[in-house]
Design a protein around this ligand. Structure first.
Ligand SMILES: Cc1cc2nc3c(=O)[nH]c(=O)nc-3n(C[C@H](O)[C@H](O)[C@H](O)COP(=O)(O)OP(=O)(O)OC[C@H]3O[C@@H](n4cnc5c(N)ncnc54)[C@H](O)[C@@H]3O)c2cc1C
Ligand SMILES: NC(=O)c1ccc[n+]([C@@H]2O[C@H](COP(=O)([O-])OP(=O)(O)OC[C@H]3O[C@@H](n4cnc5c(N)ncnc54)[C@H](O)[C@@H]3O)[C@@H](O)[C@H]2O)c1
Length: 520
């Protein structure tokens, strides 16, 4: 992906470059997994001059490229366009065209994440499944390699061993599927398999209320499916409640039935009622509260499970938490000091940008012996319409913490585009320090970079207010929230007394001392 090399540090030739790698070589960094974290971690290591081998069992690019960010953002864009066309011309979208657009986007981005691109960056790529067998030793089953001199893939099904100084575990996560009676027999899709649907489901039940459920629920509703979203929590539990209310209202306007604080109790195949024969492909979800939901497709979007089983981590003393995540410290090092981890396999929030940044930090810490800590400023965006973008604190908790909110109803760009639903809310600490905030509206995510910069650099509302912003932009909402706070400070009694006294002093200076005769 084009943005990923940005995470890679400037080249420092800390290790001798190896022209050709053989199995007898001791490599500097073994990277297990070729998703975002693996790609960025391996490229960082190769740029440092380290002998780096990346092992991928399926396809490089990982979730983000094949089943995550890229297809989901593409389908959201196609669905938004489809909804506009339906409204303007009454034309229904062609699902085949939508599928073609998704694969075209993946095909365009894929070369940047390919084994060839990694090889070009100096990484040796192996195809196979890796596991640790002893300290400093990993086994790659069904191995096949590009760039491994006359070794791997030569013996069918044989495992290959590889000696390493340090390793980076970046094996990602997979969809968690709750145990619901009847679900396995009746069938369901997850964010891994929904992309294989060849027809738009007339009815879709989405189980879950997180970003996957909201994004895909809205996309399929806009494409024409009748969608019911069922979550045992509220929607987007981590987000500002006012932002969530806007997302829920928008989903409902798109025709999504939102059922919250309820969950599936069982699933079975529908019968046609008279002779008990099974209706082709129709599933019935009965909820704990007793609702009966029928759909051709059930999407499970109830969180993720880290992929650590069978990796041999225990053998190396690598601690995992109860959910299976590799436990890492702030430098991304595990309880075994030669093993680092990053991305979805850790308990950090599951975002591509975080996977990339953390893997880069892990690789440079491992290879250069640094103790660089990862930042706690973590931006996130849910790409529904309206978008919800947030970073740092999103609520005023604690003494002296306040919020400043500007509605898009007072933001001219939003008014010119007839899209005034949303707001910018800053959370502000003592002396006007920006602690975080939430931006909601069209392209809210595009303004999040500025807010993240402010939070990460401990900027104040006065500093943000002091920067001229071009007019009209959606960004004006964020800017005006800072201006409102910074100038609101001027209204406080203490500041009024001080500025009054200062103004008096300036007037007196201009007039000169009282004893002097006036010029007039
Ligand atoms: C539908 C959806 C939408 C998303 N949208 C966004 C978004 O808009 N923005 C965002 O920031 N994030 C988004 N995410 C999250 C993002 O996709 C993940 O956080 C990111 O892909 C994690 O990258 P990773 O490298 O840790 O793991 P992965 O991408 O899962 O890569 C892990 C790789 O390791 C390989 N592997 C596993 N075990 C082994 C082994 N033993 N040997 C060899 N190889 C192995 C796997 O085959 C896989 O390729 C989305 C996720 C989903 C599911
Ligand atoms: N825009 C983005 O950055 C983006 C988009 C999609 C996914 N992601 C990442 O992928 C990860 C997974 O997303 P997700 O939406 O699957 O998970 P999530 O963990 O964010 O949300 C899971 C949801 O499922 C609900 N749930 C769990 N079990 C349930 C059950 N049995 N019945 C009904 N509801 C149930 C929970 O209440 C919650 O609402 C997220 O952590 C996120 O970081 C990011």
């Amino acid at each position: 992906m084009v943005h990923r090399p940005g995470y890679v540090l400037a080249p420092v030739l800390a290790f001798p470059l190896l022209k050709e790698l053989t199995v007898d070589d001791l490599i500097d960094l073994l990277v297990i997994g070729g998703g975002t974290a693996g790609i960025v971690g391996a490229k960082t290591a190769a740029r440092l001059g380290a002998r780096t081998v990346l092992v991928e069992q399926h396809r490089t690019g990982g979730d983000c490229l094949w089943t995550g960010c890229v297809p989901s953002k593409t389908i959201l864009s196609a669905a938004a366009r489809a909804a506009m066309i339906r409204e303007a011309a009454g034309i229904e979208p062609d699902f085949d065209k939508v599928r073609e657009r998704i694969s075209a986007t993946i095909t365009t981005i894929e070369p940047a994440d390919s084994p060839a691109a990694l090889e070009q960056a100096g990484v040796t790529v192996m195809h196979g499944t890796a596991r640790f067998v002893a300290p400093g030793l990993a086994e790659i089953s069904d191995a096949a390699a590009a760039g491994m001199a006359g070794t791997a893939g030569s013996i069918d099904g044989a495992a290959q061993r590889i000696r390493f100084r340090q390793a980076l575990v970046v094996t990602g996560s997979f969809p968690s599927v709750p145990e619901i009676p009847g679900l396995e027999d009746t069938g369901y899709v997850t964010s891994d398999t929904i992309w294989d649907l060849t027809e738009l489901p007339p009815r879709l039940v989405v189980i879950g209320g997180g970003p996957i459920a909201c994004e895909l629920g809205q996309a399929f509703a806009r494409l024409g499916s009748e969608v019911t979203l069922l979550a045992r929590s509220g929607l987007l539990p981590r987000e500002d409640p006012e932002a969530v209310a806007l997302v829920q209202a928008s989903l409902e306007r798109d025709g999504v039935e939102v059922l919250l604080h309820d969950q599936p109790a069982r699933v079975h195949a529908a019968t046609d009622g008279r002779d008990g024969t099974v209706s082709a492909g129709v599933k019935v979800v009965t909820t704990a509260a007793g609702r009966r939901l029928e759909a051709e497709v059930v999407l499970i979007a109830t969180g993720r499970t880290p992929r650590t089983k069978g990796l041999g981590l225990q053998r190396l003393g690598v601690e995992c938490d109860d959910a299976g995540h590799v436990v890492v410290d702030a430098t991304m090092r595990s309880s075994n000091h030669s093993i680092f981890a990053a991305g979805d396999v850790t308990a950090h929030p599951k975002f591509t940008h975080l996977a990339g940044v953390h893997a880069s930090t892990a690789a440079s810490n491992a290879l250069l012996g640094l103790r660089r800590r990862v930042s706690s400023t973590i931006p996130r965006i849910t790409y529904t319409s309206p978008e919800v973008a947030a970073v740092g604190h999103t609520a005023a908790t604690g003494p002296g913490v306040r919020t400043s909110t500007v509605s898009l109803e007072h933001t001219d760009r939003a008014l010119t585009e007839d899209a005034a639903e949303g707001f910018a809310r800053l959370v502000i600490g003592r002396r006007g320090r920006i602690l975080g905030g939430t931006l909601v509206g069209p392209r809210a995510g595009e303004s999040l970079g500025e807010l993240s910069l402010a939070v990460a650099n401990k900027l104040t509302t006065r500093q943000l207010a002091g920067v001229t912003h071009a007019y009209p932009t959606y960004n004006d909402a964020l800017w005006n929230a800072a201006v409102a706070h910074a100038s609101g400070g001027l209204d406080s009694p203490a500041v009024k007394t001080a500025t009054g006294a200062l103004a008096g002093l300036v007037r007196r200076r201009r007039r000169g001392p009282k004893s002097q005769p006036s010029d007039r």
